[in-house]
Design a protein around this ligand. Structure first.
Ligand SMILES: Nc1nc2c(c(=O)[nH]1)N[C@H]1C(S)=C(S)[C@@H](COP(=O)(O)O)O[C@H]1N2
Ligand SMILES: [Mo]
Length: 533
């Protein structure tokens, strides 16, 4: 600080002007830093950009309680909220650094560089980092921002006291305005160009997806029974349309994989014949088509993270057998199959489950089309009966046979259970909570699931009354959910409806409420309604 800054005095116009213009310069410098970083990221790797890298690093480190809260509060928008949050924080920091630079030019500029280091560290620490080049976007962006801030602040009115009526004399206002405008324009240009180039990187992937012609399955799924739908308004459709299918993953930017360049490697303990497959290799194999209901371990009782689709793909067990893999029960050395995705996700499934005769898939199609990018194009894994985080690796590119002792996958490192079969669950879809139906017959309906065991019975309870059996819709397969309905003779007043399911093993859905961590929520779903006369 200069001596003059220390002199006590009333804030004079130029001091405020200087701080304000400094803050503005900080904002411009921050914008320039992000724009340059975007542009460099487009050349290096879009995922290495500072906002995505810092957001991803935050997701990797988010405590489970906070993650659950974010999913509950923002749903699938949680990632957008995170990115907007990062931008808001950066905006405040840029303003503050700019104001600092107005007093201390070098410190302000150096502060910008510190954020470059933060961004670079985040990018290098991501599981999908491909090396030191991932640091370039943040570092080069920060250097550009620091230089710009230094230059702009140099053009500000000098820090001096103003006489009444005097405004920033000795200041070439025009030079500052020209420089600031030029910087803003250049940043906008660089940002737009960067975004466009990043988008172009995905163009090959989009084209490769358009060119996929899914072959007819050698083993088609039987038609969904007509009576699989109870036909009550408000019940989730039996087949979830792709656009409505829930999405849960850690990817801030959806990976866009070019199917023509995609490879899947299968290797590890007990793999006597290692394989590397192309997408066409998979399509040339016998494909099977199956209806499978997928559920997220983060789904609360009554929650939305469950969906049912018709998948087409390769039987994973057959492919593994060709590689020489045997399950532990047949003497194989590996009890864990670790799937790895292009974005560095690792998902571990029991080899025993994958090879026990169920239709574990390397899926290439979803409801009659190639996988949507959000759901794992070109190839994802699915294992009926297991929560997604231990079975359903999207954008898969590597399968390693290992043991649970030797390796903890991504979620297991974050306190989730290494093994997690889906818990028997049921949900009331209609009436909605706090609905006001009319007295008389009210159709209560919903879905129940216990993948790979199947649903045997669903019961409804009104208030503290006896359990009444609901009418089950026809079963599609034991790997899918099952709809149910119950004609309730509703009487005036407030009522609580509760549902519970029984699976084919005879196990009744437990009343005991547990949290989603570590292996899925349990408990009964209830809905409170008020019946009008
Ligand atoms: N690459 C990758 N695959 C992933 C995940 C992920 O974060 N990254 N999340 C898993 C989880 S927790 C679930 S529940 C399912 C969700 O699949 P969906 O988004 O297609 O519904 O994907 C699984 N596969
Ligand atoms: Mo999940």
């Amino acid at each position: 600080m200069s001596d003059e800054d220390k002199t006590p005095r009333k804030p004079s116009a130029p001091t405020w002007t200087r701080s304000g213009l400094g803050a503005l310069s900080g904002l411009l410098a921050g914008g320039a830093a992000l724009a340059v970083a975007e542009l460099v990221a487009a050349a290096v790797r879009p995922e290495a950009g500072p906002v995505v890298a810092v957001g991803g690093a935050a997701i990797d480190r988010t405590p489970i309680a906070l993650k659950d809260w974010a999913i509950r509060t923002f749903g699938t928008n949680d990632k957008l909220v995170l990115q907007l949050g990062i931008l808001a924080v950066l905006t405040l920091l840029a303003l503050a650094l700019g104001a600092l630079a107005a007093r201390h030019r070098r410190s302000g500029a150096a502060g910008v560089l510190v954020f470059g280091v933060v961004g670079a560290t985040a990018a290098l620490g991501r599981p999908d980092s491909t090396g030191v080049t991932d640091a370039f976007p943040s570092v080069l962006g920060a250097v550009a921002g620091a230089v710009l801030l230094y230059v702009l602040v140099g053009l500000l009115p000098p820090p001096r006291r103003a006489e009444p009526g005097e405004r920033g004399e000795g200041w070439d206002r025009r030079r500052f305005v020209v420089a600031a405008t030029a910087a803003a324009a250049a940043s906008a240009g660089a940002g737009v160009l960067g975004r466009a180039l990043s988008g172009a990187g995905g163009r090959d992937a989009v084209a490769s997806r358009k060119n996929v012609a899914l072959p007819a399955p050698g083993s088609p799924a039987p038609a969904v029974p007509r009576r699989a739908q109870v036909g009550v308004e408000g019940v989730s459709p039996f087949v979830t349309p792709n656009g409505d299918f829930y999405r849960v993953d850690t990817a801030l930017v959806v990976p866009k994989v070019d199917a023509t360049a995609w490879r899947l490697r299968i290797h590890g303990d007990g793999v006597s014949r290692e394989k590397t497959l192309t997408f066409d290799d998979l399509l040339r194999r016998r494909l099977i088509e199956r209806d499978i209901t997928l559920t997220c371990v983060s789904n609360e009782v009554g929650g939305p993270y469950v969906g049912n689709a018709r998948w087409i793909g390769v039987r994973l067990a057959d492919l593994l057998a060709e590689c020489g893999v045997r399950p532990p029960s047949k003497g194989g050395p590996a009890d864990q199959l670790v799937a790895r995705s292009v974005d560095g996700m690792t998902i571990g499934s029991p080899v025993e489950d994958v090879m026990d005769g169920r239709d574990a898939l390397l899926a290439v199609g979803m409801n009659g089309e190639p996988l949507p990018f959000e759901h794992g194009f070109p190839v994802r894994m699915l294992v009926p009966g297991l929560y997604g985080y231990v079975s359903a690796c999207k954008w898969i590119e590597d399968i390693e046979l290992t043991t649970f002792d030797a390796y903890d996958s991504y979620w297991v490192k974050r306190d989730w259970a290494p093994e997690a079969p889906i818990k028997t669950q049921s949900r009331i879809d209609t009436p909605k909570p706090f609905a006001r139906p009319k007295a008389g017959t009210v159709m209560v309906a919903g879905v129940a699931w216990a993948q790979h065991r199947g649903i045997d019975k669903v019961e409804i309870r009104v208030d503290d009354g006896p359990w009444q059996e609901a009418t089950l819709a026809a079963e599609d397969s034991r790997d899918t959910w099952r709809q149910w309905s119950y004609a309730w003779q509703a009487t005036k007043g407030g009522h609580t409806l509760t549902v519970r399911a029984t699976d084919r093993t005879g196990e009744v859905q437990t009343e005991k409420r547990t949290r989603t961590v570590p292996d899925g929520a349990s408990g009964w779903h209830s809905v409170v309604v008020t019946v009008d006369a």
